[in-house]
Ligand binder design. Sequence first.
Ligand SMILES: *Cc1c(COP(=O)(O)O)cnc(C)c1O
Length: 229
Amino acid sequence: MADHVNSAHVALDYIRTRMENARRRFGAPPETVELVAVSKTFDAEAVRPFLEAGQRVFGENRVQEAKEKWPGLRAVFSDVTLHLIGPLQTNKAREAVALFDVIETVDREKLAGVLAEEMQRAGKRLPCFVQVNIGGEEQKAGIPIDETVEFVRRCREVHGLDIVGLMCIPPDGQPAGPYFAHLSALAKQAGVAKLSMGMSGDFETAIAMGATHVRVGSALFGRRAVAAQ
Ligand SMILES: *Cc1c(COP(=O)(O)O)cnc(C)c1O
C-alpha cells in the first residue's frame, strides 16, 4: 500500500476509534455517528488517499472549491456523499444543488425558498440541516435560537424541504458541551432526529451530547494554511 494511503488509514482509524469510544461512553447504538471528513483547502491529490482508504462522506465549505475538486474525484469514486457545511448565497444555490448531496447550512427564509425551487428544478430532494446560531453571536451564520422551531416548520410545510436535523458551530474559546446540549434540546422541540456538531477539537464531547454527524478536518488532513481557515 502506498505510504500516503497508509497514513490516511492511520488517521481515519485513530478518529474512528475515538468516535467509537465516545459513542460507547454515551451509550448510543453502534454506527449511529457519521464521520464527515472536512476536506476544505486540501486539493484532490490530498483527498484521494482518504477515498482509497475507504472514507466516503466529505464536507466542503465553498461551492467554488467543491466544483473544482469533486467532479473529478466522483468520476472515480461514484459513491461519495458530499455535505455543504459553509454559508450559501442564494445565487449559488443552483450549483450547490448540482454538486452536493446534503446541505447543512439552511439558515434563512430566502435561502430555504430558493433551495426548494432549485431542487424541484433539478428533480432532487436533498436532505438538509438547519444551521442554528447557538452562541447568539452577531457575526455568525445561523438562525437565531428562538426562531429555530418555527423556521424548521416553515422549511418543511411552506417550502417542502427535507429537514433532517440541526447543525451548529459553537463560539470559540468556550467549553462546547452546553452549546451541544442546547442544540440537542432544540432538535427535540423542532422534531428533527439528526445533529451535526463537533469538530476536531470537540467531537467526543459532541458525541456525548448526541451528535449523529461530526465534522472533522484538521485532525484528519493536518493543519490548514491560516489564511484559508
Ligand atoms: C472547517 C470546518 C470544520 C472542521 O474544522 P476542524 O477544526 O479542522 O476539524 C467543521 N465544520 C465547519 C462548518 C467548518 O467550516
